[in-house]
Design a protein around this ligand. Structure first.
Ligand code: IVH
Length: 679
């Protein structure tokens, strides 16, 4: 393809992909399949790599992220970023309405909008192109988070139609749809559980609600990570004068024409009664929305009236937020039961008489730990109030003591494990009780085995949760080493097993003997040793013997290993049962040393040379580039120093790095020059 053809094709692909994005994200009416879309996008990416001079400012490839922004630049707002005053009742709204009527004597109407529960953002456009995104900050200045915001597909990089001012700002709310939030937390939970965190620690590390998740996401350092978070954005006001629009509602419609995502639920209301009707409707219907709202915003529609009313230092006098109350329901707590996690941690659970709350039927609520139950004096048989705030898991917020049975007794927290009967322990300073019987307590056993066979560990995918439970129950397996002693005849006689399913299991177990050492190290379930840490340990120590005999000091010398992990590793190998288990796994034929062949340098072209990699690259991701350096015998350093041989500079590399490299006489090379070095 010559450059003229490439320019034309890039032009076409950008237009077409942006149109499909618009249909998909704003109209919810895609006209091509995801696969077709991905193919066109891949073609565009390839052409842009070959002809970077033709990349367009609104190219959809800019949305996938890649820029690393260490610190966000502070930017002053052109218009102060005001907030809204709150109201909680009809009386508050009446007062708001009366105040306006006292100040103005012209007639006016309202616009009611959903109050999206997310993070405020201001987007700047120049000549119809998106240039800058700034957070609210302190209202006077905020953080520039443009690269991250570009990953949000419903924000147009280039406006549609015509007539927009040369330069203007539009404001709106970034939010995380409930689906994205749930899957984000689900993945996070799986990762944390795999690391051996107990329920209390997991709960602490999960995002509490979609708003926190959205706020955390737009401040992430790597926009490629933000892209995975699937954020969205509703715009609610364009700033400044827009000729031809005399009202807020006109302004919203204009924004929509230009390609912004504007809520279809905003409504013009002639009077307060219509405002109340809107509020009442959404107080009920909000449960059906695919995102969280925390109230309704009531705005005077006519700009002429808005101008007369003006603003205080904090908020406009022409708008007010009506905040919904958290959804509560009253029900009976039938029984307190206890769950035992993979690490033995105990979580008390309230089993409730089923009650409908915020769109779902609630039957259970977490009671956290013994202190929570004691402090609230929660008893079986009590009438309790459960609430679903922004959080997904409902919580017990109050006990209706007046309805308590005369003979009810304070709840006695269990002293022994409900699964195996072992006496529970509670470490000083920790909120949770533990079952210390990690050798035979069934949920601890099955939990450990499930982790061992999981995809990222030994990948014995023929063995599901149910099979593991069955094997444990039948006494065939009580630890991961027992898996390797299982015989065909033992499995086939189990309920539900036929020839093929039995063979699958036996073959899956056999195949797992080839799984590389770093994954075996992850699979054996050392607390706090996740996939990455296992890899670092394996690379640093090369075999299990070296890890097992390392003292804390030498463990700390490995990359990314801190005190907590080092102590946990030492504790694991110091335990005699674990040693016996490892001996058996070793005899079964599992990999206990690094496959040196796989990690052997492919060439020694870069031997003796050290590299710092910075910026965004077009042929490789940063990690791929680092791998290439190591594969060819080079060393990767994190910062430029006098001993650095080369700084590989990608796009958008900070100027400071380049300055430092030049000062220290370190050669600065491009991605292309690097490729030439190794080819
Ligand atoms: S208008 C000057 N409309 O609520 C008026 N705000 O304190 C500024 N919010 O974080 C706000 N949905 O980002 C407006 N439909 C809506 C909104 C909305 C959510 C947020 C806003 C700010 C807070 C107001």
């Amino acid at each position: 393809m010559n450059s003229e053809e490439a320019a034309a094709r890039i032009n076409y692909l950008v237009k077409s992909l942006n149109h499909h994005n618009f249909l998909y994200y704003q109209q919810a009416a895609p006209s091509i399949s995801d696969l077709e879309f991905d193919q066109l996008l891949a073609e565009l990416q390839l052409l842009e790599n070959q002809f970077p001079e033709f990349q367009q400012p609104d190219s959809p490839t800019l949305r996938v992220g890649g820029e690393v922004t260490r610190n966000f630049k502070t930017v002053a707002h052109d218009f102060p970023f005001l907030s809204l005053s709150n109201s909680y009742s009809r009386e508050d709204l009446e007062e708001f309405d009366q105040r306006i009527r006292k100040s103005v004597n012209q007639s006016f109407s309202y616009v009611c909008e959903l109050k999206f529960d997310g993070v405020a953002i201001g987007l700047q456009y120049e000549q119809g192109l998106f240039t800058k995104a700034v957070t609210r900050g302190d209202g006077v200045q905020g953080d520039e988070v443009t690269a991250n915001i570009k990953t949000i597909q419903s924000i147009p990089l280039k406006l549609q139609g015509s007539g927009f001012p040369d330069q203007f700002e539009i404001r709106g709310e970034i939010f995380m749809p409930l689906k994205s939030f749930e899957s984000l937390n689900k993945n996070r939970r799986a990762e944390l559980e795999d690391l051996g965190y107990d329920e209390e620690q997991v709960a602490e590390k999960l995002f509490k609600n979609p708003r926190n998740a959205a706020a955390g996401s737009i401040k992430m350092q790597e926009s490629a990570e933000v892209a995975k978070r699937k954020l969205d954005c509703f715009m609610y006001a364009m700033m400044g004068d827009f000729p031809g629009t005399e009202s807020h509602y006109d302004n919203l419609m204009l924004a929509k024409q230009w390609g912004f995502k504007v809520s279809e639920f905003s409504k013009q209301c002639a009077n307060l009664d219509e405002v109340y009707a809107f509020i009442n409707k959404w107080d009920v219907d909000r449960d059906q929305l695919p995102f969280d709202i925390d109230g309704i915003v009531v705005k005077v529609n006519e700009y002429a009236v808005q101008r007369v009313l003006g603003s205080t230092a904090k908020s406009p006098r022409w708008a007010i937020a009506y905040k919904f109350k958290a959804r509560q329901a009253k029900t009976i707590l039938d029984k307190i039961t206890y769950q035992v996690g993979r690490t033995g941690s105990i979580t008390p659970v309230a089993n409730l008489r089923a009650v409908f709350l915020a769109g779902t039927t609630v039957k259970r609520a977490s009671l956290h730990n013994a202190d929570f139950i004691a402090e609230m004096d929660i008893r079986e048989g009590d009438t309790v109030y459960v609430e679903k705030g922004g959080e997904i898991i409902p919580k017990v917020v109050a006990v209706e003591a007046s309805m308590r049975d005369l003979f009810s007794e304070p709840h006695q927290y269990i002293t022994h494990c409900p699964e195996c009967g072992t006496e529970l322990i509670r470490h000083e300073g920790e909120a949770n009780h533990y079952c210390p019987n990690d050798a035979t307590c069934p949920p601890q056993l099955t939990g450990r085995i499930s982790h061992f066979v999981s995809r990222k560990a030994m990948d014995i995918n023929s063995m599901g949760e149910k099979t593991i439970e069955l094997l444990v129950r039948e006494g065939l397996v009580s630890n991961v080493a027992d898996l390797y002693d299982l015989k065909f005849e033992q499995i086939i006689q189990l309920e539900g097993f036929k020839e093929q399913s039995t063979r699958n299991i036996i073959e899956g177990i056999e195949a797992s003997k080839l799984i590389p050492f770093e994954r075996v190290l992850f699979a054996i379930g050392i607390r706090y040793v996740g996939e990455t840490v296992a890899k670092k340990l394996a690379l640093h120590f090369r075999n299990i013997h070296a890890i097992a005999h390392a003292d804390v000091q030498s463990l700390l010398e490995a990359e990314e290993i801190g005190e907590i992990i080092a102590k946990s590793v030492q504790g694991f190998f110091g335990n005699q049962n674990n040693q016996l288990l490892l001996d058996r796994l070793k005899s079964a034929g599992l990999q206990f040393q690094l496959d040196e062949e796989a990690y052997k340098p492919k060439s020694n072209l870069l031997e003796g040379k050290s590299f710092v990699v910075s910026g965004v690259f077009s042929l490789f991701s940063r990690d791929e580039l680092k791998k290439k350096i190591e594969e060819n015998g080079g060393k990767v350093l994190s910062g430029v120093s006098a001993s650095t041989s080369y700084l590989v500079a990608g796009e958008k590399m900070g100027p400071e790095k380049r300055k430092k490299a030049e000062k220290l006489n370190v050669a600065v090379i491009s991605e292309q020059e690097f490729v030439e070095m190794i080819s």
